[in-house]
Ligand binder design. Structure first.
Ligand code: HPA
Ligand code: ZN
Length: 341
């Protein structure tokens, strides 16, 4: 087996993937037809083109207007997990969804959450992949809207729901704006994470950890501009869910050999790789490892370290995490024996 195939076949955990960013173009076309929604182009793949996070977020909203009933949500969750399994040997995911992308257009929260849970169950049955859900605050919403969303999510809780996160454009809206949502989530026993320092200074990482009670950081690239925050996160073993391709496209790091993720690894931070919005960025969880590890000339030892960082960063309890680690280590040993460098 060559190195690219090895990287693609490594067993993987994914903790930074937005279900709404995983819609297959053919599914968007199907759902648009089903619901009589007009698309601006017959070639839906053409929709997935942008240069900034703002353009991306507009298309993200638009393509998801085709996802309406419980079956639609089940279908997109199922296909999303199927793609992860088939393209990158995905074993386990904690998956974001954006409730306020759906509820303001009249979709009940129960439809969103039960539909996603249906798709997760079906994918586990067919492919053995496991998945939990993280509800995301959308940064451009008001704090009142985010709090109402958090209450609604808790009122419609499904067993798969394990956490609260936050996405949207980071620069204009600081983490502290959403303290009430994070406090409520914490009281209700949800785990907490947030996109931070993808497009803002490392002070946002500190605020997420100290004010919002986050345990992980999604992205985090600008941390490198503050050695003190780097030192703290290294000492505390904070995990960073990094996304090479999506940020290469919208944040101007087109060369993966010069991406800040490299500096984060060199600084001793705990990093693993994720696909973020795979279909929308024409990537998949396998390709993220193939491209980032391959283009940087990293050895198998580092690839395996990143994979196992992903396992350590999950919100599984200690015994389930240890079990997942044993499964991964056994599969890695088998793959190592087949690798021809
Ligand atoms: N950043 C900000 N908003 C998003 C992202 C992201 O990575 N993915 C989906 N919405
Ligand atoms: Zn993201």
């Amino acid at each position: 087996m060559d190195y690219a195939e090895y990287l693609r076949r490594l067993p993987k955990v994914e903790l930074h993937c937005h279900v709404e960013g995983t819609l297959r173009p053919a599914t968007v076309a199907d759902l648009a037809k089903k619901h009589g929604i007009a698309l601006p182009t017959e070639d839906v793949d053409e929709l997935y083109t942008y240069e900034t996070i703002y353009e991306f977020l507009d298309i993200f909203r638009f393509v998801n207007s085709t996802v309406i009933d419980r079956d639609d949500f089940a279908r997109v969750a199922y296909e999303s997990l199927e793609d992860g399994v088939k393209l990158g040997n995905l074993k386990y995911r904690e998956m974001f969804f954006n409730p306020t992308l759906h509820t303001p257009r009249g979709v009940p929260m129960a439809t969103v959450m039960n539909g996603l849970a249906d798709g997760i169950h079906a994918a586990e049955q067919d492919f053995g992949v496991r998945c939990f859900l993280i509800a995301d605050v959308y940064r451009q919403d008001s704090p009142e809207m985010a709090l109402a969303m958090t209450e609604d999510v808790l009122a419609n809780r499904v067993p798969e729901l394990i956490g609260l996160g936050m996405d949207g454009a980071e620069a204009p809206d600081p983490p502290e704006k959403f303290l009430a949502s994070y406090q409520l989530a914490g009281k209700a026993g949800l785990r907490r994470t947030s996109h931070a320092s993808e497009d803002a200074p490392p002070a946002n990482i500190t605020a997420c950890l100290d004010v919002l009670g986050c345990e992980r950081i999604d992205h985090g690239y600008h941390i490198l501009s503050d050695e003190k925050v780097v030192e703290r996160c290294r000492d505390e073993g904070i995990h960073f869910t990094c996304c090479p391709t999506s940020t290469a496209v919208v944040y101007g790091w087109p060369d993966l050999t010069a991406h800040p993720i490299k500096g984060m690894i060199e600084a001793g931070l705990k990093v693993h790789l994720n696909s973020d919005d795979p279909t929308m960025f024409r990537t998949d969880i396998g390709k993220e490892y193939v491209d980032f590890i391959g283009q940087n000339g990293y050895p198998p030892e580092l690839a395996k370290e990143l994979v196992l960082n992903g396992v350590d960063a999950t919100w599984l309890d200690d015994s389930d995490k240890a079990e997942l680690r044993r499964e991964f280590e056994a599969e890695l040993t088998t793959l190592d024996a087949q690798l021809v460098l």
